[in-house]
Design a binder for this molecule. Structure first.
Ligand code: 6CS
Ligand code: FE
Length: 299
């Protein structure tokens, strides 16, 4: 019989009656200065300051072909389409995302374990890591909808039960990210302010939030304040480029009305010292294909 992990102190209150700002209490970079790893010290300092690190080429063009091919294989498989891990676009019903690709695809499982990938995650988080979530985002052209402004940690804390900000995501471009096809936007420095959102988490929220998030989205006033304080950075890059970003960055992406898909693979590494407990602001935790409850370190 598995006992529910005990609830720890809630350092980052959210989804109450009103919005509430809490200064970040956790480090951004958890490893000691000079700790070994693929990230240069100057880049690690920039990541600590900005909350993100853009890499022009994390994987080679040949490798991109392998992963882009695997994405196509997955989204063309009727069994995958019928699986609960697949989320479709509200209008076109085309596949928008497929979750838990590190478990259903050996190709993506190998990417997770690649030292260029997991090595950076361990260096940022200062420990062994496991995958909290992985997904491929297709973001096809001709109207694929974006992701409204949010902090991922706000959801992962409220609904998946991650206690601290010791989680890092990497988005690896599998198609060209232009200025026009719905690229990732981050407010540089916003990771140091936790914005607790107003409004309780509805039951089975994920069934809607993965298409269009509502609970956990900031007010216009808060976004206006954050944008004026931090600005907005749009990420562009060739296939194979990557953006590493802290779990609490305020980020989003626009719709893609161009003919050019903006596909990526998105992997979320969590420290084994920060494993999920009971949700902090939801009746029950989300399904394991969205928020892992298997904390086996990546080897
Ligand atoms: O709810 C989540 O976990 C997912 N939603 C978004 C918009 N970003 C993070 C994550 O993939
Ligand atoms: Fe997100």
């Amino acid at each position: 019989m598995t006992t529910a992990p005990e609830r720890t102190t809630d350092l980052y209150p959210t989804r109450g009656a009103t919005e509430v700002i809490t200064p970040r209490k956790d480090p951004v970079v958890w490893s000691e200065p000079g700790a070994p790893g693929p990230i240069e010290a100057s880049d690690l300092q920039a990541y600590e300051r900005d909350g993100f690190l853009a890499i022009d080429q994390l994987i080679t063009p040949d490798e991109v072909g392998i992963y882009a091919g695997e994405l196509e294989r997955l989204i063309s498989d009727p069994l995958i389409r019928a699986d609960e891990r697949s989320i479709v676009e509200p209008k076109s019903q085309e596949i928008r995302s497929v979750f838990e690709v590190h478990k259903i695809s050996q190709v993506f499982a190998d990417l997770v374990r690649d030292p260029r990938v997991v090595g950076r995650a361990r260096q940022i988080l200062g420990s062994d890591v496991y995958v909290h979530q992985s997904r491929i985002n297709v973001k096809p052209g001709f109207g694929a909808s974006g992701f409204y402004w949010h902090s991922d940690f706000e959801t992962w804390h409220a609904e998946d039960g991650l206690p601290n900000m010791r989680t890092v995501s990497v988005s690896i471009a599998l198609t060209e990210n232009y200025t026009t096809n719905g690229g990732l936007m981050i407010m540089p420095g916003s990771h140091k302010t936790f914005l607790g959102c107003a409004g309780a988490t509805p039951k089975d929220n994920y069934k809607k939030s993965l298409q269009m998030q509502d609970a956990g989205t900031p007010s216009d006033e808060a976004l206006t304040q954050l944008a004026s304080e931090y600005g907005i950075r749009l990420f562009t890059g060739k296939p194979g480029s990557a953006t590493w970003f802290d779990c609490n960055c305020m980020h989003g992406s626009g719709d893609n009305i161009t003919p050019y898909p903006r596909s990526n693979v998105f992997i979320v590494f969590n420290s084994v010292e920060n494993t999920a407990v009971e949700p902090f602001a939801a009746p029950v935790h989300r399904p394991e294909f969205i928020g892992a409850r298997d904390f086996t370190p990546v080897r």
